[in-house]
Ligand binder design. Structure first.
Ligand SMILES: [Zn+2]
Length: 300
Protein backbone atom coordinates (compact mmCIF):
# COMPACT_ATOMS: atom_id res chain seq x y z
CA UNK A 1 0.00 0.00 0.00
CA UNK A 2 2.77 2.40 0.98
CA UNK A 3 4.54 1.46 -2.24
CA UNK A 4 1.52 2.43 -4.39
CA UNK A 5 1.16 5.79 -2.68
CA UNK A 6 4.79 6.58 -3.47
CA UNK A 7 4.27 5.59 -7.12
CA UNK A 8 1.26 7.93 -7.33
CA UNK A 9 3.44 10.81 -6.25
CA UNK A 10 6.04 10.03 -8.92
CA UNK A 11 9.03 8.64 -6.98
CA UNK A 12 12.30 8.17 -8.87
CA UNK A 13 13.44 4.86 -10.33
CA UNK A 14 16.36 4.81 -7.94
CA UNK A 15 14.06 5.08 -4.94
CA UNK A 16 11.88 2.30 -6.37
CA UNK A 17 14.78 -0.06 -6.80
CA UNK A 18 15.95 0.64 -3.26
CA UNK A 19 12.45 -0.09 -1.97
CA UNK A 20 12.25 -3.29 -4.00
CA UNK A 21 15.55 -4.57 -2.73
CA UNK A 22 14.44 -3.84 0.85
CA UNK A 23 11.24 -5.77 0.28
CA UNK A 24 13.14 -8.68 -1.27
CA UNK A 25 15.42 -8.79 1.76
CA UNK A 26 12.40 -9.01 4.06
CA UNK A 27 10.90 -11.79 1.93
CA UNK A 28 14.19 -13.69 2.04
CA UNK A 29 14.37 -13.46 5.85
CA UNK A 30 10.76 -14.63 6.08
CA UNK A 31 11.51 -17.59 3.80
CA UNK A 32 14.45 -18.56 5.99
CA UNK A 33 12.21 -18.41 9.07
CA UNK A 34 9.57 -20.58 7.40
CA UNK A 35 12.30 -23.06 6.48
CA UNK A 36 13.49 -23.30 10.09
CA UNK A 37 9.95 -23.80 11.39
CA UNK A 38 9.33 -26.53 8.79
CA UNK A 39 12.60 -28.27 9.64
CA UNK A 40 11.55 -28.31 13.29
CA UNK A 41 8.02 -29.59 12.55
CA UNK A 42 9.32 -32.31 10.22
CA UNK A 43 12.00 -33.56 12.63
CA UNK A 44 11.58 -37.33 12.46
CA UNK A 45 12.03 -38.29 16.13
CA UNK A 46 10.62 -36.68 19.28
CA UNK A 47 8.34 -33.66 18.75
CA UNK A 48 10.35 -31.49 21.14
CA UNK A 49 13.91 -32.69 20.72
CA UNK A 50 15.13 -29.29 21.87
CA UNK A 51 18.07 -29.66 24.21
CA UNK A 52 19.49 -26.20 24.63
CA UNK A 53 21.33 -23.76 26.85
CA UNK A 54 18.71 -21.22 27.92
CA UNK A 55 20.75 -18.99 30.23
CA UNK A 56 24.05 -18.53 32.03
CA UNK A 57 27.68 -18.11 30.99
CA UNK A 58 29.35 -20.66 28.71
CA UNK A 59 32.76 -19.80 30.10
CA UNK A 60 35.31 -21.00 32.65
CA UNK A 61 33.71 -20.44 36.08
CA UNK A 62 30.28 -20.04 34.48
CA UNK A 63 26.98 -21.71 35.37
CA UNK A 64 24.58 -22.65 32.60
CA UNK A 65 20.94 -23.70 32.62
CA UNK A 66 19.83 -26.34 30.15
CA UNK A 67 16.26 -26.95 29.03
CA UNK A 68 14.70 -30.04 27.58
CA UNK A 69 11.55 -32.13 27.98
CA UNK A 70 10.66 -32.81 31.63
CA UNK A 71 10.23 -36.50 30.75
CA UNK A 72 13.82 -36.80 29.45
CA UNK A 73 16.63 -38.74 31.04
CA UNK A 74 19.65 -36.51 30.91
CA UNK A 75 23.36 -37.24 31.25
CA UNK A 76 26.44 -35.03 31.13
CA UNK A 77 29.62 -36.86 30.14
CA UNK A 78 27.74 -40.11 30.89
CA UNK A 79 26.86 -39.06 34.46
CA UNK A 80 23.17 -38.56 35.37
CA UNK A 81 22.07 -34.91 35.46
CA UNK A 82 19.02 -33.99 37.56
CA UNK A 83 16.07 -32.38 35.74
CA UNK A 84 13.52 -30.11 37.41
CA UNK A 85 9.76 -30.51 36.93
CA UNK A 86 10.00 -27.85 34.18
CA UNK A 87 12.76 -29.74 32.34
CA UNK A 88 15.59 -27.52 33.56
CA UNK A 89 19.06 -28.70 34.55
CA UNK A 90 22.12 -26.83 35.76
CA UNK A 91 25.85 -27.37 35.50
CA UNK A 92 29.02 -25.38 35.84
CA UNK A 93 32.51 -25.06 34.41
CA UNK A 94 35.58 -25.07 36.65
CA UNK A 95 38.29 -22.39 36.33
CA UNK A 96 40.55 -24.75 34.40
CA UNK A 97 37.95 -26.56 32.26
CA UNK A 98 38.93 -26.31 28.60
CA UNK A 99 37.13 -29.11 26.78
CA UNK A 100 33.50 -29.57 25.76
CA UNK A 101 30.97 -31.27 27.98
CA UNK A 102 28.57 -33.66 26.27
CA UNK A 103 24.89 -33.69 27.11
CA UNK A 104 22.66 -36.54 26.04
CA UNK A 105 18.88 -36.64 26.44
CA UNK A 106 16.76 -39.75 25.98
CA UNK A 107 13.00 -39.21 25.70
CA UNK A 108 10.10 -41.46 26.74
CA UNK A 109 9.20 -42.14 23.08
CA UNK A 110 12.75 -43.32 22.30
CA UNK A 111 13.90 -40.05 20.76
CA UNK A 112 17.34 -38.69 21.60
CA UNK A 113 19.19 -35.39 21.51
CA UNK A 114 22.85 -34.44 21.90
CA UNK A 115 24.48 -31.18 22.78
CA UNK A 116 28.16 -30.36 23.21
CA UNK A 117 29.04 -27.18 25.09
CA UNK A 118 32.59 -25.79 25.13
CA UNK A 119 33.53 -23.21 27.78
CA UNK A 120 35.12 -19.98 26.59
CA UNK A 121 38.61 -19.49 28.01
CA UNK A 122 39.36 -16.59 30.35
CA UNK A 123 42.48 -14.76 31.47
CA UNK A 124 43.12 -14.85 35.21
CA UNK A 125 45.37 -12.46 37.08
CA UNK A 126 47.91 -12.91 39.88
CA UNK A 127 47.40 -11.80 43.47
CA UNK A 128 50.28 -11.41 45.92
CA UNK A 129 49.51 -11.32 49.63
CA UNK A 130 52.44 -10.71 51.94
CA UNK A 131 52.73 -10.36 55.68
CA UNK A 132 50.55 -13.34 56.55
CA UNK A 133 51.56 -15.19 59.75
CA UNK A 134 53.77 -18.08 58.54
CA UNK A 135 51.76 -20.71 60.45
CA UNK A 136 48.75 -19.77 58.28
CA UNK A 137 50.65 -20.12 54.99
CA UNK A 138 52.37 -23.36 55.98
CA UNK A 139 50.43 -24.77 58.93
CA UNK A 140 52.31 -26.72 61.62
CA UNK A 141 51.91 -30.51 61.66
CA UNK A 142 49.65 -30.24 64.69
CA UNK A 143 46.85 -28.56 62.74
CA UNK A 144 47.09 -30.61 59.54
CA UNK A 145 44.63 -33.20 60.89
CA UNK A 146 42.12 -30.50 61.66
CA UNK A 147 42.51 -29.04 58.15
CA UNK A 148 41.93 -32.50 56.65
CA UNK A 149 38.75 -32.89 58.73
CA UNK A 150 37.58 -29.43 57.63
CA UNK A 151 38.04 -30.38 53.98
CA UNK A 152 36.02 -33.58 54.34
CA UNK A 153 33.18 -31.70 56.02
CA UNK A 154 33.15 -28.98 53.35
CA UNK A 155 33.20 -31.42 50.47
CA UNK A 156 30.40 -33.45 52.10
CA UNK A 157 28.24 -30.31 52.30
CA UNK A 158 29.00 -29.47 48.67
CA UNK A 159 28.14 -32.95 47.42
CA UNK A 160 24.47 -32.56 48.46
CA UNK A 161 22.18 -33.14 45.47
CA UNK A 162 18.70 -31.85 46.35
CA UNK A 163 15.66 -30.80 44.33
CA UNK A 164 15.75 -27.22 45.67
CA UNK A 165 15.25 -24.58 42.98
CA UNK A 166 17.18 -21.57 44.34
CA UNK A 167 19.66 -21.91 41.43
CA UNK A 168 16.89 -20.80 39.06
CA UNK A 169 16.68 -17.36 40.70
CA UNK A 170 18.66 -14.25 39.77
CA UNK A 171 21.35 -14.27 42.46
CA UNK A 172 21.78 -11.11 44.55
CA UNK A 173 24.99 -9.92 46.23
CA UNK A 174 25.11 -11.21 49.83
CA UNK A 175 26.70 -7.92 50.95
CA UNK A 176 27.90 -4.66 49.42
CA UNK A 177 31.37 -3.18 49.44
CA UNK A 178 34.58 -2.82 47.51
CA UNK A 179 35.65 -5.97 45.68
CA UNK A 180 39.19 -6.74 46.85
CA UNK A 181 39.63 -10.24 45.43
CA UNK A 182 38.20 -11.88 42.34
CA UNK A 183 37.60 -15.41 41.12
CA UNK A 184 40.43 -17.31 39.53
CA UNK A 185 43.41 -15.20 40.60
CA UNK A 186 46.60 -17.16 41.03
CA UNK A 187 47.73 -16.56 44.62
CA UNK A 188 51.19 -16.04 45.97
CA UNK A 189 51.13 -16.00 49.77
CA UNK A 190 54.29 -14.64 51.42
CA UNK A 191 56.05 -15.33 48.11
CA UNK A 192 54.91 -18.97 47.88
CA UNK A 193 52.58 -20.02 45.01
CA UNK A 194 49.29 -21.45 46.29
CA UNK A 195 45.92 -22.59 44.88
CA UNK A 196 43.97 -19.97 42.92
CA UNK A 197 41.40 -17.85 44.71
CA UNK A 198 37.94 -19.23 44.00
CA UNK A 199 35.78 -16.70 45.78
CA UNK A 200 34.95 -13.07 45.47
CA UNK A 201 36.16 -10.88 48.35
CA UNK A 202 33.93 -8.00 49.37
CA UNK A 203 35.47 -5.60 51.89
CA UNK A 204 32.93 -4.45 54.49
CA UNK A 205 32.97 -3.53 58.17
CA UNK A 206 32.74 -6.25 60.78
CA UNK A 207 29.08 -6.76 61.60
CA UNK A 208 27.73 -5.86 58.14
CA UNK A 209 24.79 -8.20 57.41
CA UNK A 210 25.30 -11.14 55.02
CA UNK A 211 22.20 -12.09 53.05
CA UNK A 212 21.20 -15.27 51.26
CA UNK A 213 21.94 -14.68 47.55
CA UNK A 214 19.17 -17.13 46.60
CA UNK A 215 16.77 -19.53 48.35
CA UNK A 216 18.43 -22.48 50.00
CA UNK A 217 18.98 -24.80 52.94
CA UNK A 218 21.93 -24.54 55.34
CA UNK A 219 24.12 -27.62 54.96
CA UNK A 220 27.11 -26.59 57.11
CA UNK A 221 27.88 -24.14 59.91
CA UNK A 222 31.31 -24.47 61.49
CA UNK A 223 34.46 -22.68 62.62
CA UNK A 224 37.23 -23.88 60.27
CA UNK A 225 40.98 -23.35 60.45
CA UNK A 226 41.48 -21.45 57.19
CA UNK A 227 38.05 -19.95 56.54
CA UNK A 228 36.95 -19.20 60.11
CA UNK A 229 33.19 -19.08 60.77
CA UNK A 230 31.80 -20.64 57.63
CA UNK A 231 28.30 -21.26 56.25
CA UNK A 232 27.47 -23.52 53.31
CA UNK A 233 24.04 -23.18 51.70
CA UNK A 234 22.52 -25.60 49.21
CA UNK A 235 20.61 -23.95 46.33
CA UNK A 236 19.68 -27.29 44.73
CA UNK A 237 20.98 -29.56 41.95
CA UNK A 238 24.56 -29.32 43.29
CA UNK A 239 24.74 -25.51 43.32
CA UNK A 240 25.92 -24.21 46.70
CA UNK A 241 27.13 -20.96 48.24
CA UNK A 242 29.90 -20.77 50.83
CA UNK A 243 30.42 -17.74 53.10
CA UNK A 244 33.83 -17.39 54.77
CA UNK A 245 35.44 -15.42 57.61
CA UNK A 246 32.11 -14.53 59.24
CA UNK A 247 31.84 -12.70 62.54
CA UNK A 248 28.42 -14.05 63.54
CA UNK A 249 26.07 -16.71 62.21
CA UNK A 250 22.26 -16.38 62.45
CA UNK A 251 21.27 -19.73 60.97
CA UNK A 252 21.42 -23.38 61.97
CA UNK A 253 22.20 -26.56 60.13
CA UNK A 254 19.13 -27.71 58.15
CA UNK A 255 17.45 -24.29 58.24
CA UNK A 256 15.53 -23.17 55.13
CA UNK A 257 16.33 -19.62 54.02
CA UNK A 258 14.80 -17.29 51.46
CA UNK A 259 16.73 -15.00 49.13
CA UNK A 260 17.62 -11.83 51.07
CA UNK A 261 17.37 -13.41 54.55
CA UNK A 262 20.04 -12.23 56.99
CA UNK A 263 22.21 -15.30 57.63
CA UNK A 264 25.15 -13.76 59.50
CA UNK A 265 27.62 -10.90 59.51
CA UNK A 266 30.94 -9.98 57.92
CA UNK A 267 34.07 -10.67 59.99
CA UNK A 268 37.73 -11.56 59.77
CA UNK A 269 37.81 -15.05 61.28
CA UNK A 270 40.27 -17.71 60.04
CA UNK A 271 43.04 -16.86 57.53
CA UNK A 272 42.05 -13.30 56.79
CA UNK A 273 43.91 -10.00 56.63
CA UNK A 274 40.90 -7.80 57.41
CA UNK A 275 37.09 -7.73 57.61
CA UNK A 276 35.59 -8.99 54.37
CA UNK A 277 33.15 -11.52 53.01
CA UNK A 278 34.58 -14.25 50.79
CA UNK A 279 31.62 -15.69 48.85
CA UNK A 280 31.98 -18.84 46.79
CA UNK A 281 29.72 -20.79 44.47
CA UNK A 282 30.11 -24.44 43.63
CA UNK A 283 28.49 -26.91 41.29
CA UNK A 284 29.41 -29.98 43.35
CA UNK A 285 33.24 -29.81 43.46
CA UNK A 286 33.54 -27.41 40.51
CA UNK A 287 34.24 -23.83 41.51
CA UNK A 288 32.11 -21.19 39.83
CA UNK A 289 32.51 -17.42 39.65
CA UNK A 290 29.92 -15.72 41.93
CA UNK A 291 30.36 -12.43 40.05
CA UNK A 292 28.98 -14.07 36.88
CA UNK A 293 25.84 -15.04 38.77
CA UNK A 294 25.25 -11.80 40.67
CA UNK A 295 26.25 -9.39 37.88
CA UNK A 296 27.76 -5.97 38.54
CA UNK A 297 27.79 -4.78 42.16
CA UNK A 298 24.87 -2.33 42.53
CA UNK A 299 25.40 1.22 43.84
CA UNK A 300 22.90 0.36 46.64
ZN1 LIG B 1 38.92 -14.53 49.64
Amino acid sequence: MALLEHTDFGVTDKYMSQMMSKIMRIINITRYRIFIILAFLLAPSHVATALEVVSGHTTQGGMIIIKTDPDATLTVDDQPLMLSAEGLAVLGFHRDDTSAIHLHATYSDGGEAYLAVTPELRQFNEQRIDGLPNNMVTPPQAVLDRIARDRIEVSKARSVSSELTGWQQDFIWPTYGIITGIYGSRRILNGEPRAPHYGIDIAANTGTPVKAPADGVITMVDDLYFTGMTIIMDHGHGISSTFLHLDKVNVQLGETVKQGDNIGSVGSSGRSTGAHLDWRINWFDKRLDPALLAGPMPDR
